[in-house]
Design a protein around this ligand. Structure first.
Ligand code: 5AD
Ligand code: SF4
Length: 453
């Protein structure tokens, strides 16, 4: 198979997991575009299929193998027609279980970790030449961001921008420090340049991404080091940018400067995803979180002083090894005292190679399920109350696409709630004040403020 001068080729990417994987999938497509690969919405007929995988919880590898089984049939069918489909597994499952993937699915052509996707063209060339599989899961000495193309397909009105990757915090349960590697921050100039490019392509809202995004400490244009608060100030001054967000943050890395940015920058949206994981000091210590429940509550108070309308979101893990009923009750108490606008909660899932996976006192599954159900009922109730409290208010909504029903458009409120409005498609790309009329568990609907087009 030749890979150059062969006309357009079709690339299908399947993405699991976090927003950073969504960003990475886009960048992999950008890297392959000069080789003639154009996105295909379906795997049928694709010349290359990439599975961008997530290893954070649950049976991640099993999901990948079952998808691979399906794709193998397509690949075989293509081969019978004399065509080749290159099958690549990328992301954190590839990083953690690369050898296992090739042993169980030898028809996979490329296995690549999250830090090597800038080398994809070379890997594709090698896979096209060689019979065997190509595996690239080492952490390379070079920074992939230095090798990614400046050109990129537009992401749309809302765009993601990775500014930080990896993590040095080593929470007991988390695989990220092993799959994404040590914490790295992109220089401020590179971030600002990418933000300008995204805005030039029509982005009006940018979400800065990082596994521990508020640990960002990048080289400033003058050679000093900036923190995230300073970077946000700089980005807030870019013309034609209306909204800024960042995710995901660690409570220990919320600096005073960052809290002040919430006070001073109107374009920094009043919504913060700030995972606490547990409300029990004992469990927080076992998790190696390096903060206790009181620290978290103090931080929430500071944030609310800085930006009174700020809405909070969190992640919770239920049934971390050693969690007792009393620990669980402490989590419920913390949830009650904060009042979350939304949250994600998960049963603890042992990740091979992490400290908690081998810890004694694993919590039985039935117990985890019972506690999770109780926590989720409380969180659902808080989210419903938060949404209901928006009814009767005017909220600015940035419209991003068509709504669920014909004649509707959909967008996001400052608090990240999906909002549906009856109106013309021309509203997409605009930010308009909406009178909120009703609330569902996960979304709002409303009408345009009279007098607006
Ligand atoms: N088990 C369950 N949940 C986990 N998370 C991370 N690792 C695990 C695990 N082993 C959750 C955390 C984190 C979110 C992204 O996923 O709550 O904040
Ligand atoms: Fe994982 Fe977040 Fe802890 Fe880092 S701070 S180890 S990414 S949970």
């Amino acid at each position: 198979m030749s890979i150059s001068g062969a006309g357009p080729r079709r690339l299908h990417v399947i993405t699991w997991g976090c927003q950073m994987n969504v960003y990475d999938s886009g960048r992999m497509a950008d890297v392959l575009a000069p080789l003639g690969y154009a996105p295909s919405p379906v795997p049928e007929g694709a010349d290359m299929v990439i599975l961008n995988t997530c290893h954070i919880r649950d049976k991640a590898a099993e999901k990948v193998f079952s998808e691979l089984g399906r794709l193998r049939r397509l690949k075989d069918r293509r081969a019978a027609d004399g065509e080749r489909m290159i099958l690549a597994v990328a992301g954190c499952v590839a990083q953690a279980e690369g050898a296992e993937i090739l042993a169980r699915a030898p028809y996979v052509d490329i296995v690549l970790g999250p830090q090597t996707y800038h080398r994809l063209p070379e890997m594709v060339a090698r896979a096209a030449r060689a019979g065997g599989a190509v595996i690239e899961t080492d952490f390379p000495p070079e920074d992939k961001f230095d090798f990614l193309p400046d050109s990129a397909a537009p992401q749309g009105i809302t765009a993601f921008l990775t500014i930080q990757e990896g993590c040095d915090r080593f929470c007991s349960f988390c695989v990220v420090p092993y799959t994404r590697g040590a914490e790295t921050s992109r220089p401020a100039a590179a971030v600002i340049a990418e933000a300008r490019r995204l805005i030039g392509q029509g982005a009006r809202e940018i979400t800065l991404l990082g596994q521990n995004v508020n640990a960002w400490h990048g080289e400033a244009p003058d050679g000093s080091t900036w923190g995230l608060g300073r970077l946000l100030r700089e980005l807030a001054s870019l013309p034609d940018l209306w909204r800024l967000r960042y995710t995901t943050s660690h409570p220990r890395d919320m600096s005073e400067e960052l809290i002040a940015a919430h006070r001073d920058l109107p374009i920094l949206m009043p919504f913060l995803h700030l995972p606490v994981q547990s409300g029990s000091d004992r469990v927080l210590a076992a998790m190696n979180r390096r903060h206790n429940a009181a620290d978290y509550l103090r931080l929430v108070e500071k944030l609310r002083n800085a930006r009174p309308d700020i809405a909070l979101s969190s992640d919770f893990i239920i049934g971390h090894p050693g969690e007792t009923e009393a620990d669980f009750r402490a989590t419920l108490a913390l949830v009650r005292s904060v009042g979350f606008a939304q949250a994600f909660s998960f049963k603890y899932s042992p990740r091979p190679g992490t400290p908690a996976a081998g810890a004694p006192a694993q919590v039985p599954n039935a117990e985890k399920e019972r506690r999770l159900a109780e926590l989720q009922a409380l969180l659902r109730d808080q989210q419903a109350r938060f949404n209901a409290a928006c009814v009767g208010r005017f909220l600015p909504v940035l419209f991003t696409g068509p709504g669920r029903h014909c004649g509707q458009v959909a967008g996001r409120s400052p608090f990240l709630q999906p909002v549906h409005v009856t109106g013309p498609q021309e509203l997409i790309g605009r930010e308009i004040s909406v009178a909120i009329r009703s609330a569902l568990p996960n979304s709002l609907s409303g009408t345009r403020w009279p007098g607006q087009a």
